[in-house]
Design a protein around this ligand. Structure first.
Ligand code: HEC
Length: 146
């Protein structure tokens, strides 16, 4: 009887390990992404010609990206593959090096853009390039919007 109890206990422990979901970390990374998205939104409107060019907002968005780029790759531990309402795809954990390199590239692109975007003329091409880092990663590593 004691033996059976311990087998059951072991199975229960195993199940917990397999299905552990670190939802707080998933929420944390989504929050960082959301802040980048919120900062980029008004600049996207300028890019589309729907809002007047405002260098301060552009620089602020690029700063947020530089701030988030080194934090984000630390928020994808193994126990956050599923859970909450994550849109992260399993390929992240299969191709971690590529995934992490893309955050580094985003941070570098945002830094370079902060120096090179100085006015309305220098804005569109460089902004598009920076944002290509977002869409490129989402295409491969984030669930497509249904
Ligand atoms: C290296 C990959 C990568 C890069 C670069 C990246 N993202 Fe994401 N993004 C993700 C993944 C993965 C998720 C899904 C996270 C989750 O749901 O757990 C996501 C989610 C988001 C979300 C949704 C957050 C929420 O509320 O659930 C927004 C908004 C977002 N990203 C904006 C951006 C913007 C803006 C950029 C560029 C400035 C960017 N991302 C760059 C991988 C990336």
């Amino acid at each position: 009887m004691r033996r059976i109890t311990s087998v059951v206990a072991t199975l229960a422990l195993g199940a917990t390990a397999v299905f552990a979901q670190n939802v707080p970390v998933i929420k944390e990374r989504q929050d960082h992404f959301k802040k980048m998205g919120d900062a980029a939104k008004p600049v996207g409107a300028m890019f589309k010609g729907e809002a007047d060019f405002d260098l301060t907002k552009v620089q602020a968005a690029l700063k947020v990206m530089q701030e988030k780029a080194p934090i984000l790759p630390t928020l994808f531990p193994d126990d956050t593959k599923t859970g909450g309402d994550t849109e992260a795809l399993p390929v992240i954990w299969q191709e971690k090096a590529d995934f992490e390199a893309r955050f580094k590239k985003l941070g570098e692109a945002a830094k370079a853009a902060e120096a090179s975007i100085t006015d309305e003329e220098t804005f569109p091409d460089t902004w598009k390039e920076v944002m290509g880092n977002c869409s490129g990663c989402h295409k491969k590593f984030r669930k497509p919007k249904s």
